[in-house]
Design a protein around this ligand. Sequence first.
Ligand SMILES: Nc1ncnc2c1ncn2[C@@H]1O[C@H](COP(=O)(O)OP(=O)(O)O)[C@@H](O)[C@H]1O
Ligand SMILES: [Mg+2]
Length: 667
Amino acid sequence: MARHAAGRSGDRARAARRPVHDSAPPRPGSGGAQLPPVDDDVPAQAPDDEAPASDDYVDLAATARRQRRSVSRLRALVKHSIRLTWAADRRAFVVTTVLQLFGAAVIAAQVLIVKAVLDAILVVGDGGGVGPVVLPVVLLATISAMVAVAAAIQTNQQRLLSELVLRSTWQQLLDVAGAVGLRAFESPEFYDRLQRVQTNALSRPYQLTQGLVGLVGGLAGCIGLSIAIVSFEPALLPILLLAGVPLFFSTRRESRLEFDFAVAQTPRLRLRQYLGMVQTGRDEAKEVRAYGLTGALRARFDAVYSAYTDDLRVHLRRRTRLSVAGNLASAAFLAATLLALVWLVGQGRVTLAEAGAAIVAIRLLATQVGALFKGAQQIFESGLFLDDLDRFVAMRPVAEQAEAGAPAPASFGALHADSLSFTYPGSTAPALDDVSIRLNAGEMVALVGENGSGKTTLAKLLAALYEPDGGAIRWDGVDVATYSRPSLRRSVAVVFQDFVRYHLSARENVGLGDADRMDEIDAIAAAARRAGIAGVIQDLPQGWDTALSRMFKGGRDLSLGQWQRVALARAFFRDAPFVILDEPSASLDPRAEHALFQSLRDLLGGRTVLFISHRFSTVRTADRIYVLDGGRVTEHGSHDELMARDGHYAELFRLQAAAYLSPEASR
Ligand SMILES: Nc1ncnc2c1ncn2[C@@H]1O[C@H](COP(=O)(O)OP(=O)(O)O)[C@@H](O)[C@H]1O
Ligand SMILES: [Mg+2]
């Protein structure tokens, strides 16, 4: 296992460890790491903290509407899209672009060949032989075939490119999500952005690629057609452009309508999606039935859906009107164009064949203008996603720097937590306040206290998941803030209160305790035996390869207590010198719990153990016990010392003992 060996000085490492979630402007004098600014090309967005999370989209929509109109915004977005696509896969990007340009050239050539065909036909009409027609007709057929072939390759190439951009986006997303500290996940700004990027990462890269390709193709098509026309009569170009005017306006207006509609409906679509999920989700199925919620949730779903379809009707009526108006105007302009053509022909400035080709060009141009606008619209729609992604990706170097430092020693002789204080982001009350504890190597130390007293928070600090706001954790006198956090975590095995149930194979569920040793099946089995779960796993249909989830074919779910043993096995397999168990027995039956704690010293032979438990029968076996209350250590000592003290611990102990002995006492 390669350890982080950045070798930075402790002070710098410490200075770098400011929370990475903070996207607000730096406070004066705060120094240290902060998020780099967003791309300068992009007009400033309203800061996230100005709007509550739920209104985020609405707020972004307003911003988008403002930005959408600006050409410079489009330029910035196009540049950004090209960068993203280029980074995803250069080859696919180049191939797609070349195909687009080729397609545009072919379209332009088509117009020239139509003219040649018409010329030839007119010659035939004048009594000449059929001979001259043959070549242009063959050419026309060939070029039509080429258009078809290019289109087929194009479609598939575009799909591949979209998929590659999608993959690259996900890689970036996962890189950041994995690199940021746990603290980032406590920050609503970070989490909102992560959710937004994640939700959009499924569709936006696709849309973006399509938009970019459409824009490039449409633009090239328009230019190609213009060149073709100009090549036989420059005077035709203004006429051609004139015919495009109504199409230009109606297409642009339609694009805007469509964009506004999509943005306005986003919150509603999210709600609809959520309501659909609640009614189909496995986790929710129990409660939905127990509370008889099917009707109520369904009604809510229907209401949201109806509101959407009502708006959609209105929207589509507007679009239809626009489209009809645009096409009527276009027809009128076309008539005018034709008249102008007739006049030019009468003047002898344009031949009949050129006029015919111009009419074909006008029709083709309409398609290209449409593609151009659709592409631009798609890019605009992806713009907010690009901004989000940008800011999100910018967190990675900051996060990585924050985790850097000298490699930690493999273990410690004594761990001292001195005057730790910690407040969760967004909270006012500290979760830990001036907490000091000590663990000597090989000791078993217990934390007790009521719900919310700060036990789990202290465990997370000791596991190097959070940095204390004040005080220090020292390993043999050295402040661990000077060590790289990943290297510290190598020496710690934690079983969290809310451990993860991986929907993966049994082997992976245990093996992920030390992913580098995943193939050591004997060690994995030994860890499972120690946690008392090996028998259950061996009896599964595919043994160690059985997926511990009903989501997969042949998979099996376990009971909560069995899952807890799997989590324990994972920690045992990690083979770390320092083990933290946060209520590891909460879901175990009394016999299993008794057995676990009886043998814990043997199971973890020689390791340093910090465990959190509400069961005093197990707590009393600890070498030392710390009692937490409201984020402070109120008492500590051995069981006998604490009982003799007759304080909070003694009171809690007697309460539980009495409750076990006589049912009345617990009432
Ligand atoms: N992620 C969090 N964000 C904000 N506050 C939290 C978070 N987790 C815990 N807290 C608060 O910190 C205090 C200590 O919580 P915790 O350490 O989980 O207590 P315990 O494990 O002793 O039940 C509680 O007041 C709790 O509400
Ligand atoms: Mg807890």
